[in-house]
Design a protein around this ligand. Sequence first.
Ligand code: NI
Length: 398
Amino acid sequence: MDKEALKKKLFAYIDTLKDKVITVRRDIHQHPELSGQEVRTKSLVKGILEIEGFKITEFEGHNGLVADLVVDEKKPFVAIRADMDALPIEEHTGKPYASEVKGVMHACGHDAHTAIAVGVALAMAQFRDELPGNIRFIFQPAEEINEGGSEELIRDGALENVKAIFGLHVYPYLSTGQIGYKYGVMMASADTFTIEIFGKSAHGARPHEGVDAILTASMCVNSLNHIISRRIDPLHPAVISLGTIEGGTAPNIICDHVKLTGTVRTVNEAVRKKIPLMMEDSVKGITHSMGAKYKFSYEFGQPELINDDAMVDVLVQEATKILGAENVVDLKDPVMGGEDFSRYLQIVPGAFFRLGVCNPQKGTCVSQHNPKFDVDEDALPIGMKVLSAVAIEVMDEK
Ligand code: NI
């Protein structure tokens, strides 16, 4: 089997699929669905892939969809994953294909990810008789929320008999025509916490008769912000950010209850394990000294996203052939954002990469989660080609 010849045919076919994939992307973009509600998106994908002969699996309790192209029952699968959910943001792009759903928008580009995966699937189906192995497409719901959809799909067997997995994310910090890769840790773990401080209310003029939950909380806020700078090795990036603080009822009443919530990001599992212990220590000491009580809850969310070196080697090699070495960018530093593709990578080797979508003429260099975010659709076939090439390349290797 001449893999290079097959890739060449796939790439030529992908170029002919561009308009179709753009239509799919715009359809999804106009009809965005929030995490856990991806019913229409899933049925759109299903409708396209079913007629191409994919074996479709749907699940109880979530909107995931797995589409398999089996060429040899004895062989394992290479998997490609696309996320499908949108965000609670009102779109302000003014584009003709803008969201038709008020307050909901594909502001992270998951519409593009889904369309790209559909395009790769169509291309693979076209050359099914020549494929050296099996390929599985995992369409994942609920990436944007902490209890992410990857966990449910893994629980339901989406990685069974999968030997390698690849995924991408559109990226407005690279130009269309470029991709970004990273060996090792690419993205941070993303955990959340809630701290409640219980004091005792009193008249604002008689503070000594109460226990001030606001003052206690403010001391906790201060102290939590010293953990990273004083207790964690500066060579191990980590973030503790408090996002909400609620408490109090009137200007002249000593507040008896404050609730704080926030997020913790790390790129090192040992640091990740230590941080909640340090946080609770701080809160415990402060509340004790103030005569208050506390409740600390910490929820471990997505783990760090750690790419497999051998799979990144394949990604770099294939992308270089397609785009030229100057357009295959070493991202060097991890980012502190989370991505639940990390859960797949805990189980099977694989690689996640960034697909450049910035084109100043088209206004597609705006950051994600922004009401003006959009992708340069010229990047769609590029994502399709890179994913196809890496999948073909690892298909029948041991
Ligand atoms: Ni995203």
